[in-house]
Structures are given as C-alpha cells and as structure tokens.
Write a protein that binds this ligand. Structure first.
Ligand code: NAI
Length: 356
C-alpha cells in the first residue's frame, strides 16, 4: 500500500440504488474529476465515483477491491496479479479512459472474468493537431526562439527551418489519428505516404498513398507514428530502421513510447542522421510523466540525455489534452459504465479477438 494517496471526492448516486456502479477512478487529476463528474450528472442513474490520485498497480490494487469498476489511464498497470486482486474483491469492469490498451493483460482479464472497455475515438484531431504542433515547432525552432527572445537574444543563428510544402510525411498507422495527420499535412502541401496492414479508403481520400515500410523509411522527410503498441510494433524504430532513413530525418512519436528504441534514437541524434525528434510519449514514461518532478533529480539517464539535444522537443503525454477530448473521454467512459451496468456489455468492449 503506498504511503500517500488521496481519495479526493465521491459523487454519490441519487437515484435508483440498484442501478448504478461504484467506480474507483485511478490516476485521476483535477481535469479528470471535473469532466467525469460533469458527465456523470447527465445520466439517469449516476454512478458513485471515488477519485484516487494513486496509480493502479500491484501495490495499490487493493484500493480497487469492493468497487464494481476501476477506471484507469495509460500508465496504470493491469497485469495478471492486479486483475486477480481486483476480481477477488468483486471488480467486474475495467473502464479505460484512453484508446490504447497495451497496459492491460487481456487474456488475464478474460480468465478472471473482468470485462474491459475503452474509449476508441475521442478526438483524433487533438492528437493530430499536437503532432502538427511538434513538427512545426521543431522545424521552425519555436522552442529555442521562445527562450532566446525572453532573454533579450534576438539572434537568428541556428534557427533556419525548411518549407513544409513539397516535403514527404510518412505516417505509420493510418487509423483515426493518422488520417487526421494526413489531412493537416496535405494542407501544408506535403506529399503523404502511409504504412498500415489495413488500407483505409479515407487515407487515400485525404491524399495519402500507401507504400511498404522500407520505402516509407527511406523516402520520408518526417516520420510520424500512429499505430498501437503491440509485440509487432515494439521498437519498430530501431537502429536498423534509422539506418534506412534519410539524412536529417524528423521523427515524431505521439503513439506509445516503446514504438521507438530510445537508445537507437540517441545514437541517430548524436551522429546527425536524425535531425529532429518530437516525442509526446517515452518508453519509461510511467516513472516521469503526469507528475511535477521539478524539485527532484531525474534518475533516468537516457531521458536526461534526450533533454540535452537542442533538436529534441518532448511533451509529457499531453497530445490528447483538449477540452473537447476530455469531455468526449468522460462521456464515453460513463456510457461504457452505464451500459455495462444495464446489459453486462460496455459500449466499447476490448477483447482478445476484437479490440474495441
Ligand atoms: P486506430 O486504431 O484508429 O488506428 C491505429 C492504426 O494502426 C490502425 O489502422 C491499425 O491497422 C494500424 N496498425 C496496426 N499495426 C500496425 C503496424 N504494424 N504498422 C502500421 N500500422 C499498424 O487508433 P488511433 O485512434 O488512430 O490511435 C493510434 C494510437 O495513438 C493509439 O493506439 C494510442 O497508442 C495512441 N494515442 C496517443 C495519445 C496521446 O495523447 N499521445 C492519445 C490517443 C491515442
């Protein structure tokens, strides 16, 4: 049991007592509370929500016992041991407040009889627009210009960018977010190529062209990752992949940290092969992101090395963070919980054979 956790607020049910779920909301921040509480007020049978700032994992799983559902986010850990503890305590539903479900052992959830639900699409635009923000900031060195101007340094040395028009953007994963990125980049006059085992006509309509991965790696000025993290995509961007890329390539990852092998990225940055890196996610982010660690010494030397490069821009898993996205996440999460309570099946179930 962690020494410090808080259960910040409980929104009690007000209507039919047997028609609501008791939900322990892990890793909850003020914005989660605001939007979930608001969404909960819109349903007939309001659920009882207990907001915890603790992250769910083996040490905190007991906090979820005796609650019908746990509501979790990207860095909560739902491995077999956690799911067994929850199941033993009577938990029947895991309601993810995100699209990715790589942090849930789905086979274990099935074995212990826990249903898993997610929010498959809340605002692909939010993530796509953040991706565009990283690309433009890195290209035009906005992060460096901002710091310089505040210091009264108006020198332009080292701030040369490139025209986006005519550049090739390679999108790995042309699902909801990938298609939005394609539309935005076509707006800048870029050539857009994509790799995806599932060809989506919307990507082609948006002006994208499907190619094979080696071609995408070899021809793209900017490579951006929008596929889920699976055993197949783990370290998709490694030394071998980077070797195939253009000199000075820009790599953007707003997908999941482990799509990129960070050590290989650092090697590519040091040699100059990789010209820019924009990350909203990081392999070991669970030890860092979502917390204010500004008074502490960062223990992760690989992350600390990344921070030393002037051509690396990192945000702390905030690509989803718009008001529209938070509202949609909260509404879908509450809908998942309500429908599960009524029928035993959430609106967006995640199963081994049919992921959401
Ligand atoms: P989606 O399911 O609509 O699209 C994912 C696409 O990736 C699918 O078309 C799928 O066929 C494709 N794919 C699967 N394996 C692939 C492979 N080996 N190579 C290339 N493509 C492959 O998902 P969506 O909504 O577009 O989200 C994509 C990912 O973005 C999520 O899985 C999640 O990890 C991440 N994400 C990050 C957020 C952030 O705040 N940074 C917020 C939301 C999602």
């Amino acid at each position: 049991m962690p020494s410090s956790y808080t259960a910040d607020r409980v929104v009690g049910p007000v209507l039919q007592k047997d028609k609501y779920m008791r939900v322990a909301v892990f890793s909850s921040k003020a914005y989660d509370q605001e939007f979930l509480a608001a969404a909960n007020l819109t349903v007939k049978n309001r659920h009882e929500l207990m907001f915890l700032d603790a992250r769910l994992g083996p040490e905190t799983a007991q906090l979820g016992q005796k609650w019908d559902a746990v509501c979790v986010f990207v860095n909560d850990v739902l491995d077999r041991s956690v799911l067994e503890i929850l199941s033993a305590g009577g938990t029947r539903l895991v309601a993810l407040r995100c699209a990715g479900f790589n942090n849930v052992d789905l086979a274990a959830a099935r074995d212990v009889g826990i249903v898993v639900a997610r929010v498959p699409a809340y605002s692909p635009e939010a993530v796509a627009e953040h991706t565009a923000a990283l690309i433009l900031s890195l290209n035009r060195k906005i992060h460096r210009a901002y710091a310089r101007v505040r210091e009264g340094n108006f020198s332009l040395d080292g701030l040369i960018g490139f025209d986006m028009k005519g550049r090739t953007i390679g999108i790995v994963g042309t699902g909801r977010i990938g298609v939005c990125v394609a539309r935005i980049m076509r707006g800048f006059g870029c050539q857009v190529t994509g790799v995806d085992p599932r060809h989506d006509p919307m990507f082609v309509e948006a002006g994208g062209r499907y190619v094979e991965l080696p071609e995408l790696l070899a021809t793209s000025d900017i490579i951006t990752l929008h596929c889920p993290l699976t055993s197949e995509t783990h370290h998709l961007i490694d030394t071998r992949a980077i070797d195939l890329m253009k000199e000075g390539v820009m790599i953007i990852n707003t997908g999941r940290g482990a799509l990129v092998e960070t050590k290989a990225l650092i090697k590519g940055l040091k040699s100059g092969k990789v010209g820019h890196v924009g990350l909203d996610v990081y392999e070991e982010e669970s030890d860092l992101f979502f917390e204010n660690l500004s008074s502490q010494i960062i223990q992760d030397d690989i992350f600390a090395r990344l921070l030393t490069f002037p051509n690396v821009l990192i945000t702390g898993h905030q690509a989803f963070l718009t008001r529209e996205a938070l509202r949609a996440i909260a509404e879908t999460t509450i809908a998942n919980i309500s429908q599960f309570e009524q029928s035993g099946c959430p609106v967006h179930p995640v199963t081994l054979d049919k992921p959401g």
